[in-house]
Design a binder for this molecule. Sequence first.
Ligand code: AMP
Ligand code: MG
Length: 395
Amino acid sequence: MGDLIFPDEARRSILAAVAELETEEVALAAGLGRVLAETVQSPLDVPPFDSSAMDGFAVVAGAENELEVRGESRAGHPSSEAVRPGFAVRISTGAPIPDGADAVVAVERTESAGDDRVRVGRSEVGANVRRAGDDLRRGQLVMAPGTELGPAELGVLASLGRDRALCARRPRLALLVTGDELAEPGEPLQAGRIYSSNSSALAAQADRAGAQITLRAKVPDDRQATEAAVAAALESADVVLVSGGVSVGPHDHVKPALHELGVQESFWRVALRPGKPTWFGRRGSTLVFGLPGNPVSAMVCFQLFARPALRALQGASPDAARTTARLAVSVTLSPIRLEAVRCRLRATDEGLEAEPTGDQGSHRLSSMLGADCLALVGPGEGELALGDRVEVELL
Ligand code: AMP
Ligand code: MG
């Protein structure tokens, strides 16, 4: 057991092997989830002009008064009239403040005083006026490289007039699932077979982490077939994920195939439960992960090892959000291995509480249903008591 590598050390050696991918222009419409590779500064004031925050009347600020209404400033249609004392311009939300005006009196604080005349309440300079550059000023730093583009980021880029952004290329990922027992969903199930769940779960995790899946294959437990599949994967991808076949059974062909194809091993076997047989290595800049076949182990190891690599390849932070939570159960510690316990988080009066999703067997994929975090427990002696605080990684 002395040759197990600790998960933190495993992660460090993975991240040390990552070289950031090149960049490409991405249309905003295709930008969701992409990672920015440029510094974005505002080329203009947002909003670009002083505008009204309310429907009402643009005035020269002052006491309650009766004014003559001269024209209208509508959103998209500025008024050509300037405002002088004694006059007002009708204005709608988002419309430019006419020259001379320095306040807007909201329509609720006005009443009609006959044709083209209005009584307005008292106003202060600047009332209901949104200044040009209130949101972002021209030249201001808006986003840094490494920012993931979500709905807000895409909206802000659009508000700057940007229709594209420089992003990291998506990592190309090849996904191989190994095992003679594997059947494809949709096929009838023959005796002794199981449906391959790793193909679907790992592909979805990879997609979420920003990868583009360029090759997917089911590989039988056969040395030649494994070598051929891995060779094709190495040609087509930045990251190769192989599930199963990475232990030391007589039908585990992944390690010898990787060795034969010149993939250098960085580590094999991690002090982690589930996920001990995890293998990692590289050939040139191509990263190769041998993930355990057990479906929970595969998902946990993807989260803890492959996801950080995919993020780092794109120049994004490799770290998933972590926080602490109180355990809703007691847990017997493993003396050597870190245990990743699938949990659901609940807000309580004493802060976040992590409740295991049920039996933690690494073949029980249904224990991932509804899991929103991994509680990272141990290693250590004895047990953690109910209510003890542990670190949790959000999924
Ligand atoms: P292995 O790592 O190949 O020894 O597989 C460990 C366990 O995971 C075995 O029970 C396999 O049947 C199972 N397993 C391997 N690959 C998959 C897969 N793609 N989907 C679901 N279970 C799998
Ligand atoms: Mg197998």
